[in-house]
Design a binder for this molecule. Structure first.
Ligand SMILES: *[C@@H]1O[C@H](CO)[C@@H](O)[C@H](O)[C@H]1NC(C)=O
Ligand SMILES: *[C@@H]1O[C@H](CO)[C@@H](O)[C@H](O)[C@H]1NC(C)=O
Ligand SMILES: *[C@@H]1O[C@H](CO)[C@@H](O)[C@H](O)[C@H]1NC(C)=O
Ligand SMILES: *[C@@H]1O[C@H](CO)[C@@H](O)[C@H](O)[C@H]1NC(C)=O
Length: 328
């Protein structure tokens, strides 16, 4: 209604026409909401369109059907209290990072992290390997699906590890100043990491340094050129998704309760949903783009409900899965 009103005024006033129509038009819909106190941490999409969502505070993976707005528990992993990033390795086989993280103090337990595989057809989980050298395993992206190699970000040590999700072989492949936590404040640096389709460029963000950038990679996951910072001062960025066309990143800004669109060409950044004082996507943690014809233009955002930074200093709610659609 608001946009239509703007458009009518624009027709009368002339000079505002371009401005009115250039504003992003978004529609936002909550698909499912979990009980108050639930922190949704990350999200991936299955080829059938169902969403897989991981939780912190409890070691659970849930499935969400966005067409029926229903959810169900898929797996609960033993011996830890939270689940972080996940990505598809083979059709319906996902690599998953898990470990002990205390939400109340935002502190990780170094040495408690492991990598698992989830078969989304059977809900069977298999522990692949403990990664005692990691301080945290946060974002996760598939490097070589055939071999089973994934990359995982260690936000505290400021590194990226290559981990084989079948054999468990693992080592640090990236250690770069742009990935390190900031000098002061919460010791969380590199957070989301996503590889392009050709696997030659790794996009990353850094929560504490409020930056988004890229680094070219060789086939073995090691850098093949210098890091480029594309955007600065964009807020405390949590995990993100790359668009299928390869032109944009959609990034969740956790304490600012926003969804950003970042142009990969030049880093131009716009807010497409949410605001610091808004309960639309409080404590947004991660984003995934729909994979079916029906929802390929939908960004699914998961939230922690504002637990880390209550909206207006007071408002907290249960984590939710929100569909943001529109002409971005
Ligand atoms: C996997 O979990 C979902 C959600 O609880 C359930 O609907 C589905 O039937 C389970 N699949 C199998 C094979 O157990
Ligand atoms: C990690 O958390 C789990 C579940 O809360 C607990 O059983 C386990 O002992 C913790 N691990 C360590 C190393 O503290
Ligand atoms: C936060 O405060 C602003 C300004 O008073 C208000 O408009 C907004 O609705 C509040 N948000 C929530 C989630 O309560
Ligand atoms: C969620 O729980 C917190 C802490 O108990 C409480 O302050 C808040 O009012 C609750 N939020 C809602 C939406 O019920």
């Amino acid at each position: 209604m608001f946009l239509f009103a703007l458009a009518s005024i624009a027709l009368l006033a002339g000079e505002f026409t371009t401005y009115a129509f250039a504003k992003p038009r978004t529609a936002v819909r909550t698909i499912v909401q979990f009980p108050n106190g639930t922190w949704l941490e990350n999200i991936a999409v299955r080829s059938n369109g169902h969403l897989l969502v991981t939780l912190l505070g409890v070691p659970e993976i849930w499935t969400v059907d966005p067409t029926t707005s229903t959810k169900g528990l898929v797996a609960r992993l033993p011996g830890m209290n939270g689940i972080f990033g996940l990505d598809e390795l083979a059709p319906d086989v996902f690599a998953v990072a898990a470990g002990n993280f205390t939400l109340a103090s935002a502190t990780t337990l170094p040495g408690s992290y492991s990598v698992w595989r989830l078969d989304a057809k059977t809900n069977v989980t298999t522990k692949v390997v403990d990664v005692p050298t990691a301080s945290i395993l946060n974002g996760l992206t598939t490097l070589d699906a055939a071999k089973g190699d994934v990359l995982a970000s260690d936000s505290t040590l400021g590194t990226v590890l290559k981990i084989n999700a079948y054999t468990g072989a693992n080592k640090v492949v990236i250690a770069d100043a742009a990935f390190a936590p900031p000098e002061d404040g919460l010791q969380l640096g590199v957070n989301g990491i996503r590889l392009t389709k050709d696997k030659k460029t790794l996009y990353f963000n850094n929560f504490g340094r409020s930056i988004f950038g890229r680094i070219p990679l060789a086939a073995d996951g090691t850098p093949s050129g210098p890091t480029v910072i594309l955007a600065h001062d964009i807020g405390q960025v949590d995990d993100f998704a790359l668009s299928a066309c390869g032109s944009f990143a959609y990034d969740a800004v956790n304490p600012q309760n926003q969804l950003l669109k970042i142009a990969l060409k030049d880093g131009e950044t716009t807010v497409i949903a949410g605001a610091l004082d808004s309960a639309l996507i409080p404590g947004a943690t991660a984003v995934a783009i729909g994979r079916t014809a029906r929802d390929k233009d939908i960004a699914y955002v998961v939230t922690g409900g504002g637990q880390a930074a209550p909206v207006n200093g007071t408002y907290v709610e249960g984590g939710k899965v929100v569909a943001v659609s529109g002409r971005w």
